[in-house]
Design a protein around this ligand. Structure first.
Ligand SMILES: Cc1cc2nc3c(=O)[nH]c(=O)nc-3n(C[C@H](O)[C@H](O)[C@H](O)COP(=O)(O)OP(=O)(O)OC[C@H]3O[C@@H](n4cnc5c(N)ncnc54)[C@H](O)[C@@H]3O)c2cc1C
Length: 434
């Protein structure tokens, strides 16, 4: 199966067209092969390039590099999460381990943008966890206690403050964490492509069809060529399962989002000219909604089990209508037809919201499964899996490996049934927040 995406994502369309791309069309040998060129694969390639300047490193993606989830996300570089999976974060110790990884993720992205002077609309404005339901105050108060114990700066806000800050009357209660960062995901990943080391060769629109290990080499077959490699890193995130990797520990989920055009001066004034902000829902299936620095509204309010390889135009349209309703609910004064683009993207989930970072066989490594925190964690895990695969050590690896590991998933059809049932339950619980 080939990865086929819509071409309508605003983040991608903000960028200049890439011209110097190459397809894999011969049979090659290399020391290092990375499959998947999103944040994870690009960071792994950058680190390997630095660690092994004289070795041959190949990076291959089924579509154009960076045009998977890495430029289709909502652009929250998170310091903390409230609902990042199907289990709630009850235990403080585990929550701290998770937050330690997010912190390292933020540092990894910060280091990259500083070193390469990247402009990715970086804004340290924090983020809100918000709800229209007064009764969700209890959830936020409990969360606030956890954050206080761990030293995260945050504050609780009510409807009046929120209306002023966000330009909508929709939310009645929120918790603002100071440490969250908003950015342009497409600009970030494009910078990672543009700054790849010289000894990394990138092949795009080249889908890995199958792979096998023969003696001490891994043989990979693509549509129009093959690669024989000594070591391989799988960085295909939502497509790990389709390549038979950690199949009993992760599964793909399809998300869709829409973005409006920039609001006119008049429209912007009608909502009180708010500064850039980003909201995550208190109830897991509620909407993520963001006001960008160029006055566009982004909304993501679907998450579902769907064919990860393609979403039809009709299916995307149906989801886009939900997003239009979501915007209208929050900003009734804005015109109906301001959505500029709608798109889908694939993420990888595990049962207990934990990430994958490991050697799965001799010379075969994998990093992925970040739920909604792949900007920072993917950047971090990419670098660190490259270090691990080079048989080197780091403090970061110790922190990553101290986390809870992903737990085992039931086989099909029980998995799909279970996930679908859970999503329906969460959707009903969050129906006012979509
Ligand atoms: C709508 C949406 C909103 C999100 N919001 C946020 C957010 O606000 N903050 C956040 O941190 N995260 C968010 N995420 C998640 C985040 O985008 C991902 O966790 C992150 O992009 C993962 O990066 P990655 O490099 O591991 O995977 P990807 O970016 O998915 O890259 C994997 C690559 O592997 C390639 N590939 C797959 N199969 C093959 C194959 N057979 N052969 C060759 N190549 C292959 C794909 O083409 C793809 O380019 C969101 C995701 C979506 C879809």
């Amino acid at each position: 199966m080939e990865v086929i995406n819509d071409d309508s994502c605003s983040w991608i369309n903000d960028l200049s067209l890439r011209t110097n791309t190459q397809i894999l069309s011969s049979n090659l040998d290399c020391e290092w092969l990375i499959i998947g060129a999103g944040y994870t694969g690009l960071s792994a390639a950058r680190k390997l390039g630095q660690l092994h300047p004289n070795q041959k490193i190949l990076l291959v993606d089924a579509q154009l590099a960076g045009e998977g989830a890495s430029s289709r996300n909502s652009g929250y570089l998170v310091d903390t999460t409230l609902n990042d999976g199907f289990t709630s974060n009850k235990e403080l110790e585990n929550y701290k381990k998770k937050a330690d990884i997010y912190k390292l993720g933020i540092e990894a992205v910060k280091r990259f943008i500083k070193e390469y002077q990247v402009d990715c609309d970086w804004n340290e404005c924090g983020k809100y966890f918000a709800s229209s339901k007064e009764e969700d105050k209890k959830i936020l108060e409990n969360f606030s206690e956890t954050l206080s114990k761990l030293g995260f700066k945050h504050n609780l806000l009510s409807n009046k403050d929120l209306k002023k800050r966000l330009g909508t009357n929709f939310y009645n209660i929120a918790l603002h964490t100071k440490g969250g960062i908003l950015l342009h995901p497409g600009k970030l990943v494009r910078a990672m492509i543009d700054t790849l080391p010289e000894n990394v060769n990138l092949y795009e629109n080249s889908t890995l069809l199958n792979w096998k290990k023969i003696n001490d080499k891994v043989i990979c077959h693509f549509k129009e060529g093959s690669i024989k490699t000594k070591k391989i890193i799988f960085a295909t995130n939502g497509f790990l399962k389709s390549l038979g990797i950690k199949s009993n520990y992760n599964f793909p989920i399809t998300l869709t989002a829409s973005m409006t055009r920039s609001l006119t001066d008049e429209e912007f004034e009608s909502i009180g000219k708010p500064k850039e902000w980003g909201i995550l829902p208190v109830r897991p299936m509620g909407a993520t909604i963001r006001m960008t620095k160029d006055r566009k509204i982004l909304i993501r309010n679907t998450a579902e089990v769907h064919n990860p390889f393609k979403m039809s135009k009709t299916d995307l349209k149906k989801r886009s209508i939900k997003q239009k309703i979501g915007i209208k609910k929050r900003f009734p004064q804005l015109p109906d037809n301001i959505i500029q683009s709608s798109w889908s993207g694939i993420v990888s989930r595990s049962r207990n919201s934990s990430q994958i970072f490991e050697k799965i066989q001799e010379n075969i490594y994998v990093a992925g499964c970040y739920n909604g925190s792949g900007i920072g964690v993917g950047t971090l895990f990419g670098e660190q899996i490259a270090i691990k695969a080079s048989n080197q050590h780091s403090k970061e690896i110790e922190t990553i490996e101290a986390r809870k590991k992903p737990t085992w998933l039931p086989p099909q059809p029980f998995l799909d049934l279970g996930v679908r049932a859970r999503l329906i339950y969460e959707r009903v619980r969050a129906r006012s927040e979509i």
